[in-house]
Design a protein around this ligand. Structure first.
Ligand code: IMP
Length: 429
């Protein structure tokens, strides 16, 4: 099993990278998160936004597996299956683990209430009920996809959780919440329609591996949003680091062959929380406009900043990265001198992120030479202007991990894959 995950704050372009790699795998398996994530699938002139179905839908032989570590909105998943059918993509290839948990309407209401209560310290969640669904899982109040087979269990679980949550909601959100009986009816209806897709997640995935099948574990969000190791409390509620692939799929660490980190050539973040390399000025606005940096789920403008080498090295440690795929290098064309953050001014080079949650960290940057040329037509490393090649090499050096591919545009073909390990191509510097 190989793992692909984002090493920043999400939105690194994992979907397009998984789509690119998926042809070499039999299964793409999502290991965490819910429909707080999002990637867009383009078929001819039609597009569909997928949130919980893993990337790789366009590879006809690839099974798309939603793992036990995820939280699933049943109606959201049914909507994605319908959208795939409309695009002519066979939806039987989508399977969901019986260990995954169900996101219910009261989770969405509690997410909204918690954000409201946090006031100016709101996390800026996607409002999809992700945190409360994981909280119920931990509190042993959750409903699993496997439970959906038994209507009596569904009724019982929803009854106890509904009572607890509804009692704590502010009056307006309680009034807006659907009645318990309606939620039960909707869940039972969705459960019936989803049944053909539900599998014993452990049996299924181990069966694939035992038969020699190739599995690509797909992360959601990014390393710095990890519940335990991200910029807590401004994080998501699941484990987005490589270890999360093991717990989220029920696979032991010895089965992991390679861990591939996806990094954008600069940094973005949606929602609140520390972002040391942020550019809250016109340079950030330029990156946002050139990169089309607006959230796929919420449409929010993303905060933009320089590539953060300190955060990237931290992510390398947490994930044990073997290689990097660098995305959106083309966005930096025309930026006079892109910078890379190489250190934070307070103390050591690896700042525990929670220590800087409330203050803006001063950063040390290295100025790189910019390039004016558009990169969208580059297909080989030598097609890139020398300054762009040096930028890629420098990122790789700072990270201490080889860059194995670079994307220069949203199309499948706009990728450079002939990079050799650092040092071998000194002539291209
Ligand atoms: P939640 O996952 O909806 O609870 O949101 C928690 C934090 O994670 C917020 O700052 C969100 O903006 C961020 N977040 C969640 N999913 C994504 C994603 O797919 N990309 C980028 N940020 C995300």
């Amino acid at each position: 099993m190989d793992v692909v995950l984002g090493i920043q704050w999400g939105d690194e372009g994992k979907g397009r990278v998984v789509d690119l790699y998926a042809e070499s795998y039999d299964v793409v398996a999502r290991f965490g998160g819910g429909d707080n994530a999002g990637h867009t699938l383009r078929v001819a002139d039609r597009t569909v936004a997928l949130r919980i179905v893993p990337s790789g839908a366009l590879q006809p032989n690839c099974t798309l597996f939603i793992g036990g570590g995820t939280v699933v909105s049943l109606e959201g998943l049914l909507g994605e299956l319908a959208a795939l059918r409309e695009l002519g993509v066979a939806d039987e290839r989508v399977l969901v683990s019986d260990r995954a948990h169900v996101v219910l309407p009261y989770h969405v209401a509690v997410d909204g209430a918690a954000e409201r209560a946090r006031g100016s310290r709101a996390i800026g969640t996607t409002g999809r009920g992700i945190g409360p669904a994981y909280t119920d899982k931990t509190a042993r109040l959750g409903l699993t996809v496997g439970d959906l087979r038994d209507p009596a269990v569904v009724r019982e679980r929803i009854r106890s959780a509904y009572a607890i949550h509804a009692a704590r909601l502010p009056a307006d959100l309680r009034d807006a919440l659907a009645p318990e009986a309606e939620i039960v009816a909707r869940v039972l209806d969705a459960a019936e329609r989803l049944q053909p897709h539900v599998v014993d997640g452990v049996e299924y995935l181990h069966g694939v591996l035992e038969r020699g099948g190739r599995v690509l574990a797909e992360g959601a969000q990014g390393t710095l949003l990890d519940l335990g190791y991200g910029t807590y409390p401004y994080v998501t509620s699941s484990h987005t680091v490589a270890g999360g692939a093991c717990t989220g799929l029920g696979i032991g660490p010895s089965a992991v062959r390679r861990v591939i980190g996806i990094a954008k050539a600069y940094c973005t973040r949606v929602g609140a929380g520390p972002f040391p390399s942020e550019l809250p000025d016109e340079r950030g606005a330029l990156l946002r406009n050139r990169g089309g940096e607006f959230g796929t789920v919420t449409g929010r403008p993303r905060r933009c900043g320089w590539f953060d080498g300190v955060a990237a090295r931290y992510a390398r440690r947490l994930n044990g990265l073997d290689a990097i795929v660098l995305t959106k290098l083309d966005v930096l064309s025309g930026i006079p001198s892109p910078e890379i953050v190489t250190a934070y001014r307070i103390g050591a080079h690896d700042v525990p992120f929670s220590a800087c949650a409330d203050e803006r960290l001063e950063v040390v940057t290295e100025r790189c030479e910019g390039w004016a040329e558009e990169l969208c037509a580059a297909r080989a490393f030598t097609d890139l202007p020398p300054a762009a090649r040096r930028y890629v090499r420098r990122l790789s050096e700072i990270l201490g991990v080889p860059v194995e591919a670079v994307s220069v545009g949203p199309e499948r073909t706009q990728v450079i894959r002939d990079l050799r390990p650092s040092g071998e191509d000194a002539s291209t510097r």
